[in-house]
Design a protein around this ligand. Structure first.
Ligand code: NAD
Length: 450
């Protein structure tokens, strides 16, 4: 546990105080370790009708040697509950979800998982009954997330027609410790464009890939570089020349290369492509992580602060993408991930420039996710929107505000840079080729903008 409050309420004295006062007691979250079990314990698996997606999940669990049951246990714990509601035809069928998941929640292990699979409401056509049933899942899952305790999470995966064969990497992500701080999220999985490949190993799903991470000298960017390297990629670590020493440390410890470059340079995209392809032979993954804040109330902000933030956080990304997404630059089947922010979803006092840039990125990701040419090339473009992450940046926030930021989420704690990095690593897998145009919050189900 990283913060003092969490350490205290998990000490013997603090536990007593917390239970007497009824104050939240954040637990240490289950996080991923390479080679570790996908889940520690059995999985309750069921759903509505013939639950076709549950069969696919069972195959994954069987391969991992994880026991499954179709009835909630009368004693002991389950590590996860997976409910497939994709065959629902109307809201009455939601009873199958209540009957399966409700009784099991009391049996869910610490850091357990509730994973609901459904069909896409967007594909319900003009049928309001079907669309209502499908959309209802979102309300249920977000509520479950808020009811769960002890580090457990609830998430919803909506599967489009033709996306049924693409769910494995997403199911693995949500069941595993990789998604420790991802809670109350809805992700759509569709058909893959060209390029899906099941990795030879789920421990090194990025083996043979070349990834570029901007803003890699410290904070979340350094953690992304570490995590992509751990998963098998060769990483080009990019940051401004002024951060050169720290950048070299990150690049060296990961056996990657360092690229000193300001992302606002007009030729930044071309230089990224050139460096990756000439030094490492290809460019397969780009993570646009570099970002800045210049906070002021809008009434007090000036053109320079406004422009700087939009330049670094948004305009540079749009410009770099023109070069990166041009034919022959990023490999077919490649992946682009951008760092948005909860500010871009909820807005934040004093951050109108920052929120504009981060909301703008979401707009761009949605547009690129719909781009038929990119889909045909199997290129995915997604965003992560971190909430309160424990970094140097958030460490400088005044204590009272910092404590608020940490606690107002379902997990009652801040996330770690690695939580953001794990989500990016899932987007970056070829096996996630059916996941594009998505925005996933890594925020512990923050109440802000929920
Ligand atoms: P940080 O300030 O610790 O690191 C940002 C890095 O980007 C630095 O190394 C910096 O040198 C680099 N950078 C800045 N301008 C650059 C430029 N023009 N060219 C190249 N590199 C440049 O920030 P962080 O907390 O690690 O955040 C990383 C990303 O995550 C940012 O996009 C940020 O907006 C986003 N984010 C962070 C949080 C959080 O809680 N920390 C929350 C939401 C979103």
């Amino acid at each position: 546990m990283t913060d003092t409050y969490s350490q205290f309420v998990n000490s013997p004295l603090g536990k007593q105080v917390a239970s007497r006062l009824g104050i939240p007691r954040p637990v240490r979250l289950r996080r991923y370790t390479p080679g570790g079990a996908l889940l520690e314990g059995s999985v309750l698996l069921g759903g509505y009708g013939d639950a076709p997606l549950a069969k696919r999940v069972r195959a994954v669990l069987d391969a991992e040697g994880i026991a499954t049951a179709t009835e909630p246990p009368t004693d002991g714990r389950v590590a996860a509950v997976v409910a497939d509601l994709s065959a629902m035809t109307g809201p009455a069928d939601l009873e199958a979800l209540r009957a399966l998941v409700g009784p099991a929640l009391k049996r869910l292990a610490p850091s357990g998982r509730v994973l609901v699979l459904g069909a896409s409401p967007e594909q319900a056509g003009a049928d309001p009954v079907l669309a209502a049933a499908r959309r209802a899942l979102e309300g249920v899952v977000r509520s479950i997330g808020k009811e769960l305790r002890a580090g457990a999470t609830a998430n919803l995966v909506l599967v489009e027609d033709g996306g049924e064969e693409e769910i494995e990497s997403t199911v693995r992500f949500f069941l595993s410790g990789r998604s420790a701080y991802v809670d109350g999220q809805v992700v759509t999985v569709g058909p893959a464009g060209a390029g899906r490949r099941t990795p030879q190993s789920w421990v090194a799903p990025l083996a043979g890939k070349v990834a570029v991470v901007t803003g890699a000298a410290r904070g979340i960017g350094a953690s992304i570089a570490d995590t992509l390297t751990r998963d098998g990629a060769t990483v080009v670590c990019l940051d401004v020349p002024a951060a050169g020493d720290a950048l070299a440390v990150v690049a060296n410890r990961n056996g990657g290369s360092a690229l000193q470059l300001d992302v606002t340079s007009p030729d930044a995209g071309a230089r990224i492509v050139e460096h990756a392809r000439t030094r490492h032979g290809s460019l397969d993954v780009v993570v646009h992580n570099a970002g800045i804040t210049r906070d002021k109330l809008l009434a007090n902000t000036d053109a320079a602060r406004w422009q700087q933030v939009l330049d670094v956080n948004l305009l540079s990304v749009l410009r770099m993408n023109e070069a990166i997404l041009a034919p022959g630059a990023l490999s077919d089947g490649g992946h682009v991930v951008v760092l948005s922010s909860m500010s871009g979803i909820a807005g934040n006092r004093g951050q109108s420039n920052y929120a504009a840039s981060k909301a703008g990125l979401i707009g761009a990701v949605h547009a690129l996710g719909r781009d038929e040419d990119l889909r045909a090339r199997g290129i995915t473009v997604n965003a992560v929107a971190p909430g309160f992450i424990e970094t140097e940046m958030t460490g400088r926030i005044p204590l009272a505000t910092r404590e608020m930021g940490r606690r107002i989420n379902s997990l009652a704690q801040g996330g770690l840079p690695v939580d953001v990095a794990e989500t990016i690593a899932w987007f970056a897998q070829d096996a996630s080729a059916g996941v594009t145009g998505q925005v996933v919050r890594v925020c512990g189900q923050s109440m802000l903008g929920a």
